[in-house]
Design a protein around this ligand. Structure first.
Ligand SMILES: [Cu+2]
Length: 121
């Protein structure tokens, strides 16, 4: 049986193209901005460290605006899961609140519910 080399090559190239496309789709990054309550540089470190997780590409929280800009791969982590990581670290988000027991473990200057905006400048 004669094998058509050209046809085989075309099929291989086609298969490679499909797999590259599938990989690109999986690694698609979404950037969202959510409000996260906190006060200071320690809060910033804590919030950003909490998001050192699989599927999160970058996380930057702004002390003044309380906005967290997070870049993530939705195929690996959801926005709800991201919020869960933030609340597990003791910080409230716009829709999800931290457990009181966790919140109370934060240092005094970080207690944003009682003392919002301590040393923001
Ligand atoms: Cu703080």
């Amino acid at each position: 049986m004669k094998i058509n080399i050209r046809l085989v090559l075309v099929l291989i190239i086609f298969a490679l193209g499909v797999s590259v496309q599938a990989k690109k789709k999986k690694k698609k990054v979404t950037i969202d901005t959510i409000t996260v309550f906190g006060n200071c540089g320690m809060c910033k470190t804590r919030i950003e460290a909490a998001l050192d997780a699989k599927g999160v590409k970058s996380a930057e929280w702004n002390i003044q605006t309380k906005k967290l800009v997070v870049a993530y791969v939705p195929a690996k982590i959801s926005l709800e899961e991201i919020k869960a990581l933030v609340t597990a670290a003791g910080h409230d988000t716009e829709t999800k609140k931290a457990e009181d027991a966790v919140y109370k473990t934060l240092p005094g200057c970080c207690l944003f519910r009682e003392n919002p905006n301590t040393h923001t400048d």
